[in-house]
Design a protein around this ligand. Sequence first.
Ligand SMILES: C[C@@](O)(CCOP(=O)(O)O)CC(=O)O
Ligand code: SF4
Length: 398
Amino acid sequence: MYLTKEEQRTLDGEYGETLRKAIEILVALGDIYGADSLIPIKSAQIAGVSYKTIGDAGLEWISDLEGKVRVPAILNPAGMDLLRWKEMGIEQNFATKQQEIINAYESLGIRTKCTCTPYYLEGFNAGLGDHLAWSESSAVSYANSVIGARTNREGGPSALSAALIGKTANYGYHLDEMREPVIAVTVDCELSDSDYGALGYIAGKAIGSRVPIFFLKGEPSNDELKTLGAALAASGAVALYHVNGVTPEAVRSNFEKPHENITIEKQQIKDVYEASAEFTQGKLNTDIITIGCPHCSPGELKYIAELLEGKSIKKEMWVCTSREVAQRCADHVNIIEKSGAKVVCDTCMVVSPAANNYQAMMVSSGKALAYVPSMCKVAARYGSIEQCIKEAGITHEN
Ligand SMILES: C[C@@](O)(CCOP(=O)(O)O)CC(=O)O
Ligand code: SF4
């Protein structure tokens, strides 16, 4: 891989051990994947924040680093709401370790905003063709597919290295030829809201890590595309998808329909909503409802507030979002919290150990449906946002 003189000096350790280690990781990845050079990035989003997923080894690795990031960088969700962790049932020891991780990242100049939806934050707007180093799989999918920016699915260490160097290796989804669709997915029915998460949940398994192009009957909103992409990345490993006539590169490039095609039927979407026998036979009772995987947009918070206005709910319910979006939507947040639901910031139902305290979770996300059973050891069932709120049990209505 070609390195500039400056990059070579960094690799030789002239600017210290942290930058040497960081560029070594980028060069190693570039050599493995055949990159020709390093290219500048606009921003970084760094995974590996929850103490639940990185543990003491991760904390130690980050704490040993020195210096400051060269591009705007933020974090993936942590294991707790950084302010209201006690209310979530998080233990003191976990909270202390979690805060140490946040402090270690902060000392590297990383903004301690913990979210998988960086594209809603001030200073993180990305545009068509921008090169990024983002980690969280749904954020990667949204950046590539909905925005038309370019990022590989970075691991925590490689995104952090890219942030410190301000560059990433030029391979994979940074290149035009890797962004062309190779499989078509035809959907033969109209879809709305959580149907897109169900579609992603089904289609991801068949697509694996390939680039699909969807042929849909309607035109999904950006929130629906977010839901689709998150599920595709979780049940499969899709980092980029196109929707014919909708997503920016499909509109500009007018791709030819690939030869391989899979068709998804209405019944397959409906099946995702069918709860398992354990739920229907009453052996499992939903004891927590979670919405906001990926983190809620302002529009989703507004919709949830409309459904909950003037009502009280019986069951534990979390609405997950970023702190910045929650602050921007304070009125909607107040309405949601008045109902008894919690607007949980900085974390989510998958990366917080607090989720493990429950037995059965109802989710409105195809991604959460795929991950909650394995990552939290909690049974999960699927429903639309409206069905989730109904399941929370409305006790009174004004
Ligand atoms: C499940 C996921 O959304 C959260 C876990 O991330 P982390 O490694 O704890 O930052 C990761 C992903 O899908 O990229
Ligand atoms: S599991 Fe869902 S809410 Fe949690 S970080 Fe991933 S996309 Fe975001």
